[in-house]
Ligand binder design. Structure first.
Ligand SMILES: CC(C)(COP(=O)(O)OP(=O)(O)OC[C@H]1O[C@@H](n2cnc3c(N)ncnc32)[C@H](O)[C@@H]1OP(=O)(O)O)[C@@H](O)C(=O)NCCC(=O)NCCS
Length: 422
């Protein structure tokens, strides 16, 4: 039995049938499943969990309100096939009359803590159909990060999120204070040294509490590579993704981002990159899609963006962000087949409403976000070194090693990579 502030998680019994059936037979609740459950499937669900308790000592547990004992859903851990691998997975179902009151989050966090305390698993997952916003939002609230997008025969596109034991230990330890010296010593341990060329993407808040803020992170980087080295950061003059209006949706728009004015201080690149860009000894281009550079070869940012870093042994450092921030990946997209680009190019109508000089618009995504596939390949090949600096998860790798994987995939199997059926 697991107890939280408002909930008890206990073993299922067959007596839970009626209350469970009310939840899983409801078409709205089951909209991301192939179909709502009938009575037989609901009984089978309870039986499957009773068997799980026998076999594994865990399963999905009944979630009941502590105060009244009312059954409001289930949450727990089962072994699931996630893209061909059998992995421990946290699942949850909550009665719709109790949605958006934090119950799934409360239950899922308690299950996560239970698993890391009572089993040897070093990574736990949650997976869902890509349309299931409630489910992946709960995974994120549970400290998980997206690790995979894949085609699933049932779901078409599935997302897998996960949390590793080290991430969990970090969360349990609470916010940490990280000084410039902490960052420098962690960088040294990773192998960052004097004279290196770095491409850096970052989230300041991922560190915890940093005295001196963005400037301390920048100073730590500069003092480590010194003026013999070079640092590049993104300087794209773009806003965060904006909410879509009904009109936008009708036009098939999927992503809407505003081009910002030249003197705009805050962009979607994060405060570390924004601060870096504004420093007097940083070189930054005038284009919307620019890179800023500092150090021995920093000026290269003005003419070649990240070309210098990619082709001169540059290393990538991702502070609390994932491969989706790695601008160098885009440099490989010259290999994307024309047919794929044409499939997702905004129409003339959209371009008229949102002129490309003022807006960054996407009118469709390929079914899969291929970059997670590349991130996984890179991990499997041992190309990515990881560490934590305070609460910040850091990835460190040779830029060309990783982006070359992408270039090769784009050349050899682009349609498969993007999940586009030819
Ligand atoms: C997924 C589900 C369990 C979430 O339950 P819930 O109790 O409403 O979730 P919570 O209130 O704990 O919310 C958890 C997080 O998800 C967010 N969230 C939940 N439902 C959401 C929705 N429909 N849209 C956007 N965000 C949502 C919450 O805002 C919260 O995030 P926050 O901590 O950043 O604020 C519930 O919607 C459900 O039972 N769905 C049907 C069954 C199902 O699909 N299960 C998952 C199978 S893969």
């Amino acid at each position: 039995m697991i107890e939280t502030e408002r909930l008890i998680l206990r073993n299922y019994t067959m007596n839970d049938f009626d209350a469970l059936y009310e939840i899983v037979s409801d078409p709205e609740t089951m909209q991301h499943y192939p179909a709502p459950f009938d009575e037989e499937k609901t009984r089978g669900w309870i039986k499957w969990n009773l068997e799980n308790y026998e076999k594994y000592d865990f399963g999905l547990w009944a979630v009941v309100l502590k105060e009244t004992g009312e059954f409001i859903g289930d949450c727990g851990i089962t072994i699931q096939d996630i893209d061909g691998e059998l992995l421990p997975e946290i699942g949850y179902h909550i009665h719709k009359k109790y949605w958006r009151r934090g119950f799934a989050k409360e239950a899922a966090r308690a299950v996560r803590d239970w698993v890391f305390t009572n089993t040897d698993y070093n990574e736990i997952y949650s997976y869902m159909k890509y349309t299931n916003v409630g489910s992946y939002s709960t995974a994120i609230a549970n400290g998980m990060r997206k690790v995979k997008e894949y085609l699933d025969p049932k779901n078409y596109v599935s997302y897998a999120y996960s949390i590793k034991r080290a991430d969990w230990e970090n969360i349990v330890a609470g916010p940490k204070t990280v000084t410039k010296e902490d960052i420098k010593s962690a960088l040294e341990k990773l192998g960052v040294e004097k004279g290196m060329v770095l491409e850096v993407h970052s989230s300041l808040k991922s560190f915890g509490n940093v005295p001196g803020g963005a400037q301390s992170v920048i100073d730590a980087l500069k003092e480590t590579v010194t003026e013999e080295g070079s640092i590049f950061m993104p300087a794209l003059r773009l806003s965060p993704e904006m909410e879509l209006t009904e009109e936008d949706k009708k036009l098939g728009i999927k992503v809407k981002i505003k081009v910002l004015d030249r003197d705009e201080k805050k962009t979607a690149m994060g405060i570390i990159a924004d601060t870096f860009r504004s420093l007097p000894d940083t070189y930054t281009g005038n284009d919307v899609i620019s890179t800023s550079g500092w150090g021995k070869h920093g000026k290269e940012a003005l003419t070649g963006g990240l070309d210098y870093a990619i082709h001169n042994g540059g290393k990538a450092l991702l502070f609390g962000v994932d491969i989706y921030k790695l601008t160098a990946m885009h440099y490989m997209e010259v290999h994307t087949p024309k047919e794929i680009n044409e499939l997702y190019a905004p129409s003339d109508e959209v371009n008229k409403i949102y002129p490309p000089e003022e807006w960054f618009i996407e009118t469709g995504h390929p079914p899969l976000k291929a970059w997670y596939t590349i991130q996984n390949m890179a991990y499997k090949k041992g190309l990515i070194k990881e560490t934590y600096i305070g609460n910040c998860h850091v990835m460190y790798f040779d830029i060309l090693d990783v982006v070359s994987l992408y270039a090769e995939e784009l050349k050899n199997r682009p349609f498969e990579l993007w999940g586009i059926k030819e």
